[in-house]
Design a protein around this ligand. Sequence first.
Ligand code: NCD
Ligand code: ZN
Length: 345
Amino acid sequence: MNTLRIRRPDDWHLHLRDGAVLSGVIGDTTRHFARAIIMPNLVPPVVTTADARSYRERIMAAVPAGDRFEPLMTLYLTEHTDPDDVEEGKTSGLITAVKLYPAGATTNSHGGVRDLDKAMPVLERMAKIGLPLCVHGEVTTPEVDIFDREAVFIDEKLDVIRRRLPELKITMEHVTTKDGIDYILGADRNLAGSITTHHLIINRNAILVGGIRPHYYCLPVAKREHHRQALRKAATSGDKRFFLGTDSAPHVDPLKECACGCAGIYTSINTMSCLAHVFEEEGALERLEAFTSLNGPAWYGLPANEETIVLEKRAEPITFPEKIDTDAGAITVFDPMFPLTWAVR
Ligand code: NCD
Ligand code: ZN
């Protein structure tokens, strides 16, 4: 198979930032993707429907002329989030999901939730009105090893929320472990998982072997090889519960290449090429469309895109820039460490 036509993909987990970074990166998403769930972890975060409305306007103003793009807005859940405001956001059609960051779990998450009990009134309302919760599934307790944080979160937090609110629809975002995959597979309903491009390609060696490589550092951190294999199996299975959320997370190089570098990998520009490569390796090209373009909209109750894109396998490797330039500085592009031959026509 040398060409593949699929419905235009969507990205169910994306960081666009604001200001000069937003303007510098958004074209890499809108070139291929019709919609994206926009993460609310700005500084300060997007906590109210009014914040989300003005952020959406800034995003729309940055969309390159000629591109059509629909940002699906989220609210950053805090212990003070007002259930009425959340409901207003959903009813007005602005808000697609609410995002739970355990406090301190990742970039710009210090305002996240410490005590889940305090967020229960909002979660109860969301269950009632059918608004999904997107979860960054890692505990932040210092005693828990960083490579175990996802598995412990499932046992100690996610399972508790699901028992208390079985009607709440939960997306476990950027699943990185076999534990996460198995937990989703074992749930009878109201649970799905997004998977990133990079977690299908790298394991933890990429970060640490032969020197410390900050451009492969993200959160949740890449795990052992058998976890990567489990993610590949799930993503390429066609199972409706798994879909793409790139978690493309731009940081300018000085913030990555320093003594305490930020977490985040920038993949928007080459994600479709990387994914076609992965799906071809797994003998599953015919299921790429389910992962990038069908399962996500079905989960979020939205129609699949009518437009299509065509992927073509080239005889010679295609190249992407090593870095993109923005008015805020250079941002390094994810290097999959193998030649890419699939191009979006
Ligand atoms: C994200 C960021 O930079 O905002 N970083 C990352 O490594 N993925 C935050 C997140 O999604 O965890
Ligand atoms: Zn993210």
